[in-house]
Design a protein. Structure first.
Lengths: 526, 416
């Protein structure tokens, strides 16, 4: 079956003898460091053959780093990977495929104008006499489709397929390459509920035939429904295994977010009466006309941190866009101080005193191929010290960048270094420093400590606390519940575009918060 | 040291690429049984007498002026990631309308010139503006619309030339607009040869050279030193970051295309005002396309474009002498084409090397950051999952490109 075009062999290492039946996949003490960040630490994972094994964890917990390790996209610094009891070294995805590991990515990688058959064989085409052997390919795809009840027609054009069917094509693609262990990365994120049920049916077929499925998700209900075993990852390390039959979503959430007390604590309230930002009944429509932010109303006062909690994709990004003027709300008003800024441009809003730490700094916060001093100007093109009238003040920008580097501990060769040369933490500190330097009235901070190392995280928390004490209003969007609870004065929970609960961070626990975020708990003020 | 490092790729890469191109074209010539050394000898042989040599220099400079302007027009748009392929149509249309306008009136000298230049600028900007409007209102790719508009512009130019703007006698072998009266002629610059103690060649050095230099300097200042230039560059480097910083992307497209078109409008004027005095059926064509090559070679930097324009015009000058020597003139086209290819490749290679060396240390944590975060639908909602456009974002994608699917892997997609 394995007629893969993959090259390179798996070097069998010290063949660690299995105790009892060998695990299909076993990871022992996997540690992966990036400069300044330990993405994975002492990961222990045991996946039995023929089971659906779920890996759950918060965003940023290190799930994807782990899966990239297993799929050969990078190599771990420490630890062993064992497949069926044999140690392997995966140098590239080709090695992983050779070893029977297949990855179904969250975002499909299919060519729309190709048929199912063409998409499946793309990259490992069976040939006869140098030409694509369609008959052979068709036969094998039919075989796979029938065996696992995928219901695929090899000659259908992919553009005619729905999302669920496309996902099955992706699965078939992996099976076609002889995978016996499938990694599904957030497979349900793109599916509607019926499709999710179908997918789960397919997964059952796969495991019945002896294949192993690793299922990555943070949707606890789904995980409990489909998984035979669950491994929980928190802050880069595995914190335990759970049996889905005996574990409640609540207990899982507890494991996921941990019950340690938050470190970013700020207690003495600095909240003043004057509102900086009032969001009133703001609704934002998606491209297909579905409300992604649905009648959101909230107020940020001077000296107040308002935290928005929510599972990612519940409208937080769109709310931020609406506040920043990057997306026009279809209804509602935004008031900054005393001004109705609903119709204002992004630039006017920034000039009026909104600072912005975007959730994806590479996409929205930096010019990677530009120097640091140019990045200092970004977002502040109309204000000193970087600008004098219509002209760029190069010297002023350089001097001020040097100051930011000093004061905010940005480690870089100098203001003329390219932004791409900096580590994630240093890039983020530069962004935070830049935004703080303009002394905004309101700071919109989306995931301000995402992907930064612990040291930078502490620095950024400190900065936010100081700014709050000085009367800055902060809207904090984060996936880190400890950060939210620790920094916020008020917590709002966002679920399916609506602000569904207002909580008092002094009294809410991460577990309760997790319950509100997933919809397990409903409504109410605390 | 930093200066050297900054200039390194800007100067070194194109020079290296040109050398490679010369070697490759030499090999091609040898294969075609043309003696490359003979070709190069003719190329560098500017003439025997000082007068001949100065004539050659004037020919080169005169040709370089429109090429320089064309390169600038392309580069302005290119700085923000817009491909203005329509420079060709923009300048042709601008030139014929300006020629007709100039011929229709008689004004005191400077005013007359100003009018012609003004008309050309407005027409060029207008034609490029159509592209911009289509892009910001309907999302039409500027590449497609500007190419299409080239055809339309050339069609309109032919119509105008044979119809309303026709100034030549019926039956004349070359159809032309009416000649611009003398008040609208641009005086030559040959006076400076006398001042410099050089031979005064019979051919006039275009006075438009001065205008081109001024435009070049003005654009250099505008692009590198002003807020507008910063916004433009930021939009080119990362449209998403630019709009988050408050740049109005649509307005930026419009302004940039108008500016690009305005500069494009000037391209035909050196010839029109300095030599032909009317737009004819055989008016210099192809400058818009050459401008793309010149802008590439000059790395979108006004000074670089000046050198690129000089190089191209130096090569062009050899066209006639080569034919006189019985050598195929097409070798010039081969050399120019090879240079463009070599420069494109060299630029890309240099960019990757620079980036890789810059990323060393930073890269791994770059890869960590998205892995640590971006996930599910939140990130790309509305954007249709577009992987943030430009190559800017391609950070570590190479790692995953070996994935079995054989398709490029958006490494952001693997978020957990």
């Amino acid at each position: 079956m394995a007629a893969t075009g993959a090259t390179g062999g798996t070097a069998p290492g010290a063949g660690a003898g299995p105790e009892g039946a060998p695990y299909a996949v076993e990871l022992r003490g996997i540690t992966k460091r990036f400069p300044g960040v330990v993405a994975n630490k002492d990961i222990e994972l045991r996946v039995r053959r023929g089971e659906v094994h779920a890996i759950v964890g918060e965003n940023g917990a290190g799930k994807s780093t782990l899966m990239k390790t297993l799929y050969g996209m990078h190599r771990p610094d420490e630890g062993q990977i064992l497949l069926h009891g044999r140690e392997v070294r995966l140098k590239s995805p080709a090695d992983a495929i050779e070893a029977g590991i297949g990855m179904v990515h969250q975002h499909f990688m299919l060519a729309d104008n190709f048929t199912v058959l063409e998409n499946i064989v793309l990259g490992s085409e069976p040939t006869r006499g140098g030409r694509l052997d369609r008959a052979e390919a068709r036969r094998r795809i039919r075989e796979i489709s029938d065996r696992y009840s995928l219901g695929l027609d090899p000659d259908e054009l992919v553009e005619n397929l729905g999302v669920g069917a496309r996902q099955r094509v992706e699965i078939a693609k992996v099976l076609y390459r002889g995978a016996t262990t499938l990694i599904l990365d957030e497979p349900t994120a793109v599916l509607v509920p019926q499709e999710v049920d179908e997918l789960f049916g397919n997964l059952a077929e796969l495991t019945r035939e002896g294949l192993t499925v690793i299922f990555i998700s943070h949707k606890l209900d789904e995980v409990r429904k489909v998984a035979d075993a669950i491994t929980v990852i928190r802050r880069g390390t595995t914190v335990g295994e759970a049996d889905p039959k005996t574990t409640t979503s609540h207990q899982l959430a507890e494991l996921m977010v941990g019950s340690e007390l938050p470190s970013p604590e700020t207690r003495a309230s600095t909240v003043r009466d004057r509102p900086v930002l009032q969001v009133r009944d703001v609704t934002v429509m998606s491209a297909v006309g579905r409300p992604v932010v649905d009648g959101a109303t909230l107020t940020v006062r001077e000296g107040e941190v308002v935290g928005i909690a929510g599972v990612e994709g519940n409208g937080q990004a769109e709310l931020v866009d609406a506040i920043m003027g990057l997306r026009q709300p279809t209804a509602g008003t935004l008031v900054l101080g005393d001004d109705d800024v609903t119709g204002w441009s992004t630039r006017a809003r920034r000039e009026a005193g909104i600072g912005f730490i975007p959730e994806d700094r590479h996409r929205q916060g930096m010019l990677l191929d530009a120097t640091l001093w140019e990045n200092r100007i970004l977002g502040h093109q109309t204000r000193p010290p970087a600008v004098k009238g219509p002209f760029i003040d190069r010297r002023g920008a350089r001097t001020d960048t040097a100051r930011i580097m000093r004061e905010y501990d940005v480690r870089a060769p100098g203001p003329d270094a390219l932004a791409v040369a900096l580590s994630g933490g240093n890039q983020q500190k530069l962004i935070v420093g830049r935004e703080m330097s303009a002394a905004p009235r309101l700071l919109v901070a989306a995931h301000p400590t995402r992907g930064v190392d612990v040291g930078a995280q502490a620095v950024i928390w400190e900065l936010l606390k100081d700014a709050r004490a000085e009367g800055m209003g902060i809207l904090l969007i984060s996936a880190d519940l400890d950060e939210l609870i620790g920094l916020s004065d008020t917590l709002q929970v966002m679920l399916r575009g609506r602000l569904v609960a207002t909580l008092d961070p002094a009294r809410v626990t991460p577990e309760e918060l997790g319950g509100y975020m997933t919809g397990a708990r409903i409504g109410g003020a605390a | 040291m930093t200066l050297l490092r900054r200039l390194g790729p800007t100067v070194g890469v194109p020079v290296f690429a040109v050398l490679v191109a010369v070697v490759i074209s030499g090999v091609v010539m040898a294969v075609l049984q043309v003696d490359p050394f003979e070709v190069f000898r003719v190329m560098f042989d500017l003439g025997d007498t000082p007068s001949q040599q100065m004539t050659a220099v004037v020919v080169i400079l005169n040709r370089a002026v429109p090429l320089f302007l064309a390169g600038l027009a392309v580069a302005v748009a290119f700085r923000m990631g817009l491909f203005n392929i329509g420079v060709e149509g923009q300048y042709r249309l601008a030139t014929i309308v300006a020629a007709a306008a100039g011929a229709a009136v008689t004004l005191p000298g400077p005013l007359h010139l100003l009018l012609i230049v003004g008309v050309a600028v407005v027409v060029g900007a207008f034609w490029a503006g159509i592209v911009a409007v289509l892009k910001v209102t309907r999302g039409v790719s500027e590449v497609i619309s500007s190419i299409m508009l080239n055809f339309i512009a050339l069609g309109i130019a032919s119509f105008l030339l044979t119809g309303p703007f026709r100034g030549s006698e019926p039956g004349a072998s070359i159809i032309s607009t009416a000649e611009i009266p003398e008040s609208g002629w641009m005086p030559g610059l040959n006076g400076i040869f006398g001042l410099l103690g050089l031979a005064d060649p019979p051919r006039q050095l275009y006075g438009f050279l001065v205008v081109a230099v001024v435009v070049g300097i003005a654009l250099a200042v505008l692009l590198d030193r002003t807020r507008f230039g910063f916004d433009l560059r930021a939009s080119g480097l990362s449209p998403s970051a630019a709009s988050a910083s408050g740049v109005n992307a649509r307005a930026m497209v419009l302004k940039t295309m108008l500016l690009s078109g305005a500069v494009a409008g000037l391209i035909g004027l050196p010839d029109l005002l300095g030599a032909t005095r009317s737009y004819t059926t055989d008016f210099t064509a192809g400058l818009g396309f050459l401008g793309i090559a010149v802008a590439l070679l000059g790395r979108n930097n006004p000074l670089g474009i000046a050198f690129a324009a000089l190089l191209f015009s130096f090569l062009d000058r050899a066209l006639v002498p080569l034919q006189i020597e019985g050598l195929p003139a097409s070798v010039i086209t081969i050399i120019q084409g090879t240079i463009v290819l070599a420069v494109v490749i060299a630029n890309e290679v240099a960019r990757r090397i620079a980036r890789r060396s810059a990323e060393r240390g930073g890269a791994a944590s770059d890869a960590a950051a998205p892995g640590d975060g971006s996930t599910s639908t939140g990130q790309s909602a509305g954007g249709g999952g577009a992987p943030a456009g430009t190559a800017v974002q391609g950070t570590g994608a190479g790692v995953s490109r070996t994935a079995g699917a054989g398709q490029a892997d958006d490494h952001r997609g693997a978020g957990a």
